[in-house]
Design a protein around this ligand. Structure first.
Ligand SMILES: Nc1nc2c(ncn2[C@@H]2O[C@H](COP(=O)(O)OP(=O)(O)OP(=O)(O)O)[C@@H](O)[C@H]2O)c(=O)[nH]1
Ligand SMILES: [Zn+2]
Length: 353
């Protein structure tokens, strides 16, 4: 049986470790929060050398077992089991998992109601959120920039694209619906904000905390895509015992692990696919495909279908590539083991001679 978070925590406390939370991550250095105090921390050599991927290193939001030195710095020995984990593929050519945040209860996906508004991007963020294990909530910021009919239209559209998910339009300028967001952040709750640069993540967090502790973009201009004000992820403890995680603006959010996320976010396609002739129908070329039929009849939106297929292909590519990587890792480990066995046998043999 897998050990639970509580069992593992108790075991580590019994061994004399302190339990801390990772607040920020720098190059191989971390800031942790322990007994109400922040301090720098490093990982043990053992943790570093046994790591085979970036996910084996601490991430913001992780609970870790540490050894304290003079109550001013610490060494991280263990990462406690993650309850939830928001993951993406590392951007660029490297093929690895990057953890955006760990142990998050609510993931707020923010889009602003100006040029950032994009349903395809929303679907992608929703799939990543659905995979994380955290509860997604969609926030539409800058509601003050659109008139009432446009606002209602967009909120309705977003609701249709966010099955069973809470959607809130708010304004940090007029403060409308800020309290509704605040109420979702209960005691001991960890929330994380994700979205493009300039959608208003830091501004909202400052409003929620009631203090301007995060830097925000000075002036709002038409195209703020290139300017990122937040450059590192960080966890901020709240007075009520909750935690907020701010993240830098996300340019491209590559899928990492996808099991049921796509089906959850596209329930109408998932429903239709039960009527397809082939149970492994890819809904791209097969005869008697209920999904393709629905597109042809106009009952399934073409752009939504295209978005579904694109995400599906990406997730299949990731799954195939992950299997190859795992097989390569296994092979390398076997090779290493064989080498050790050979050396051992050789040394025994030489001794006998
Ligand atoms: N009109 C209006 N402007 C807003 C609102 N929220 C934020 N802004 C403005 O939008 C700009 C960007 O806000 P930030 O909070 O810095 O955006 P961010 O998402 O944290 O950006 P990065 O840190 O780069 O990821 C700032 O100029 C804010 O004043 C809002 O509700 N209404
Ligand atoms: Zn089909």
């Amino acid at each position: 049986m897998e050990t639970t978070f509580e069992q593992e925590q108790q075991r580590l406390l019994n061994e004399g470790f302190s339990i801390a939370r990772v607040v920020a991550e720098h190059r191989e250095m971390y800031t942790i929060l322990v007994n109400g105090k922040t301090m720098p921390a490093e990982v043990t050599g053992r943790l570093m050398y046994s790591a085979s991927s970036r996910k084996d290193f601490p991430a913001v939001g992780d609970w870790v077992a540490v050894q304290l030195y003079e109550n001013s710095h610490a060494i991280i020995h263990h990462i406690l089991p993650r309850r939830t984990c928001i993951s993406r593929k590392t951007s660029g050519r490297e093929f690895d998992e990057q953890i955006i945040a760990a142990n998050v209860d609510i993931v707020f996906i923010i889009q602003s109601l100006d040029h950032n508004y994009n349903l395809r991007r929303l679907e992608r963020f929703l799939v990543v959120a659905a995979e994380s294990g955290a509860t997604p909530v969609v926030l539409l910021s800058k509601a003050d920039l659109v008139n009432e009919s446009e606002l209602n239209e967009k909120v309705e559209e977003v609701r249709r694209h966010s099955p069973g998910i809470h959607v809130i339009a708010y304004s940090a300028t007029t403060l409308s619906h800020i309290d509704e967001i605040k109420r979702l952040i209960g005691k001991e709750t960890t929330v994380c904000f994700i979205g493009s640069s300039g959608v208003g993540k830091s501004t909202l967090i400052n409003k929620l905390i009631g203090k301007d502790i995060l830097k925000t973009q000075e002036v709002r201009d038409e195209d703020s895509k290139g300017r990122h004000t937040t450059t590192t992820r960080q966890l901020i403890p709240l007075e009520n015992g909750g935690y907020v995680i701010d993240t830098p603006g996300i340019r491209e959010l590559g899928l990492w692990n996808v099991s049921t996320g796509i089906e959850e976010i596209f329930p109408e396609i998932s429903e239709l696919s039960r009527e397809c002739k082939f149970s492994d129908c890819t809904h791209t070329h097969e005869p008697n495909c209920a999904v393709l039929d629905a597109v042809a009849q106009g009952t399934l939106d073409k752009t939504r279908y295209a978005s579904y297929i694109k995400l599906k292909k990406e997730s299949e590519y990731i799954a195939a590539k992950t299997n190859i990587t795992k097989a390569q890792e296994r092979k390398a480990k076997e090779k290493q083991l064989n080498k050790q066995i050979n050396q051992f046998v050789k040394s025994k043999f030489n001794k006998r001679k």
